[in-house]
Design a protein around this ligand. Structure first.
Ligand code: KIV
Length: 270
């Protein structure tokens, strides 16, 4: 289907937004229908997050999702998107071992899904991979702070970088990612004061999740903010809808109508 011409969001648009002070809005999506809905609603950036592992596949962590599965989700999202910039997570195990593997994984995502950019977690440890991917012409978004692919190292999903040593590493990593050519950095679950300092100290946009109001943009997992997943209620989450409640009521209403022989009625049949 032909897509109507609109002014598309690019990495340059995000850079401009940082310089003019316009906040960047970002949400996750994993399928065609929701991607189309949030793109048409005007979201700036759509993240095909490896949180698909949690909210789509029901895993406890982001670790199990595969590159093929991420490509399937990303290709579905791309078919629904006309305007937003689409970022796709490199999943756990497809970039950490060496930079050639990292580039090959990023190339597969770009080629097979049609996505516009990739995201990966970590600082200095993955710098070589970031440089290689950027050199190949693929825009890279970084991700610092609480990096869920390292959950078994952290042992808990609590706020990161509260101690000075970890905060210092994060400051250094943010600079390194900027120098390596990242176009933006996600800051997840770190103190607002540190996120403010980092956002001021680098020229590329920061996108916060649980990192306070001074980031250049904000991201939430769509299933959390729409209340599809209601079991996850961290302090940073603002829930805008309760789809779980409304959908449950609708399904119960449907069951009642079927049982009562009220559905379908005369006008709902051929
Ligand atoms: O996978 C994801 O949804 C993410 C966000 C939490 C930033 O990485």
């Amino acid at each position: 289907m032909a897509k109507t011409a609109v002014k598309k969001i690019t990495t340059h648009t995000l850079q401009k937004m940082k310089s003019t002070g316009e906040k960047i809005s970002m949400l996750t999506a994993y399928d065609f229908s929701f991607a189309k809905l949030i793109d048409q609603a005007g979201i700036d950036v759509i993240l095909v997050g490896d949180s698909a592992s949690n909210v789509m596949a029901g895993h406890e962590t982001t670790l199990p999702i595969t590159l093929d599965q991420m490509i399937y989700h990303a290709a579905s999202v791309i078919r629904g998107v006309n305007r937003s910039l689409v970022v796709v997570d490199l999943p756990f195990g497809y970039y950490q071992s060496n930079s050639d593997i990292a580039l090959a994984s990023a190339v597969r995502i770009m080629k097979e899904s049609g996505a516009h950019s990739i995201k990966l977690e970590g600082g200095e440890e993955v710098l070589k991979s970031i440089k290689k991917i950027v050199t190949a012409g693929i825009p890279v978004m970084g991700h610092l702070g609480l990096t869920p692919q390292s959950i078994y190292k952290f042992g808990t999903y609590t706020v990161r970088a509260k101690e000075e040593a970890e905060a210092d590493k994060l400051r250094r990593d943010a600079k390194l990612l900027e120098e390596a050519g990242c176009f933006a950095i996600v800051l997840e679950k770190i103190p607002a004061k540190l996120a403010k300092e980092v956002s001021k100290s680098i020229s590329i946009p920061t996108i916060g999740i649980g990192a306070g109001k001074y980031c250049d943009g904000q991201v939430l997992v769509m299933h959390d903010m729409l209340g599809i997943n209601t079991e996850f209620k961290p302090r940073f989450l603002r829930q805008y809808l309760n789809i779980a409640e409304q959908a449950t009521a609708a399904v119960q209403h449907y069951i009642k109508d079927v049982k009562a022989k009220d559905f379908p009625n005369d006008t709902e049949q051929y």
